[in-house]
Design a protein around this ligand. Structure first.
Ligand code: PLP
Length: 402
């Protein structure tokens, strides 16, 4: 008898760790060295964990072997609440859920809200976890367009046109993965206004809120809309460079009294996973109150700032490739001019690139982008390595036909 995956998984798609990953693994097992430009894992590119984070975890480790409160350790939740109070949000530790990364909390937030047939507005391109968990929850991911010609800001008219009486929530990813867009206050307020008028929950995925270039400021959605139910997500994986520790948080703000039942569901889901990983939570308080080096890394002379510049320049130097300058996060989302590069199947393109050049990038359609004319590359490798890799992608494209 054959064991099959559940029908719940049909339609669930998660390309960042999809079939091309299996091929990359097979190449490595066969002895090839593959340049992994597919997942935003700073540790793979020589970014070290801040010493204070390691010290805080190691100091507390002997006492961290028991389960903790289902929502997370009180001192860590208090620290998260203080952090957001400092940004003008009216929240306390009771509004904070800690998780094994933002990913777990995203899954819980969607599972607890979405019924079969409910719709969630998700940006295109997206961080594909949002689409995958919405589909897994029985909901429908309705993608609203972000406008490449307008610095990849959300197209508010498109959002408005896609709101129906089944729409429950809207996802805002700012700074954005994969585009690197950092939204203006007006853009964030535009989305919040639609949520307010149509009684939508806002899922504000702000995991890159401290990875900002060009002196830009981040506009925290929940702080701008105290009258809208917002769930704000962030964590330690990116700005604090400790993705493997799996530590993230979710903060509920706005009119909680209208959401008592939803919050009860969330609390139950938090309890069903017993509790988040305890040792990683020991670093949250220190991380939020100290300087952890990200401020220097994003400067024009800092490692991330220089890599962002070099990637953007090298991508735009490839004939038939253009890229809007990323303003935040760790990625560049490049466009392949269809008049120059006639790519019908972008998954095949990244697979062919992997097989020939041993460079692993992710195709645009893996981010719910509707056409096979984009790809995402990380800006995490050192500038020279990044430039060499992008030049190799350029050479590959010059001789590539589908
Ligand atoms: N949200 C966005 C936009 C991301 O890019 C990522 C990871 O790449 C996550 C959430 C999940 O991060 P983690 O589960 O490591 O906290």
């Amino acid at each position: 008898m054959e064991f099959k995956q559940s029908s719940k998984l049909s339609g669930v798609c998660y390309e960042i760790r999809g079939p091309v990953v299996d091929q990359a693994n097979a190449l490595e097992e066969a002895g090839h060295s593959v340049l992994r430009l597919n997942t935003g894992n700073p540790a793979l590119f020589g970014f070290e964990a801040p010493q204070q984070i390691l010290d805080d975890i190691m100091r507390g480790l002997p006492e961290a072997h028991g389960y903790c409160d289902a929502r997370g350790l009180a001192p860590a939740r208090e620290a998260v609440a203080r952090h957001y109070q400092g940004q003008g949000m009216s929240v306390d530790a009771g509004d904070v859920f800690l998780g094994n990364g933002v990913s777990e909390l995203v899954t819980m937030a969607v599972q607890a809200l979405v019924d079969d047939g409910d719709e969630v507005l998700i940006p295109a391109p997206d961080f594909p976890l949002w689409t995958a968990v919405t589909t897994l929850a029985g909901g429908t991911a309705v993608h609203y367009m972000c406008d490449e010609g307008a610095d990849w800001f959300p197209d508010l008219d498109d959002i408005a046109a896609k709101i129906t009486d089944r729409t429950k929530a809207i996802v805002l990813i700012n700074p954005n993965n994969p585009t690197g867009a950092v939204y203006s206050r007006e853009a964030v307020e535009g989305v919040l206004d639609l949520a307010r008028r149509h009684h939508l929950v806002v899922f504000a995925d702000e995991i890159y809120d401290r990875i900002l270039y060009d002196d830009l400021v981040h506009h925290n959605a929940a702080a701008l809309a105290p009258d809208v139910l917002c769930l704000t997500f962030s964590g330690m994986s990116k700005a604090y460079r400790v993705a493997g520790f799996r530590a993230g948080w979710m903060v509920v703000s706005g009119p909680r009294h209208h959401a008592a039942d939803y919050l009860e569901g969330l609390t139950m889901l938090a309890g069903m996973r017993l509790c988040p990983n305890v040792p990683a939570q020991l670093a949250i308080e220190g991380a939020l109150s100290g300087r952890m080096g990200i401020e220097e890394l994003v400067l024009p002379t800092g490692r991330l700032g220089m890599q962002r510049d070099r990637a953007w320049e090298a991508l735009n130097a490839i004939p038939g490739v253009s890229c809007v300058k990323p303003k935040g996060a760790l990625y560049a989302f490049a466009r392949l001019d269809p008049a120059v590069h006639r790519i019908q199947d972008d998954e095949r393109f990244v697979l062919d690139l992997l097989l020939q050049e041993k460079i692993h990038i992710v195709q645009g359609t893996g981010f719910s982008w509707p056409r096979p004319d984009h790809f995402r590359i990380l800006t995490l490798p050192h500038a020279e390595q990044l430039e060499t890799a992008i030049n190799r992608i350029g050479r590959f494209l010059a001789g590539y036909r589908q």
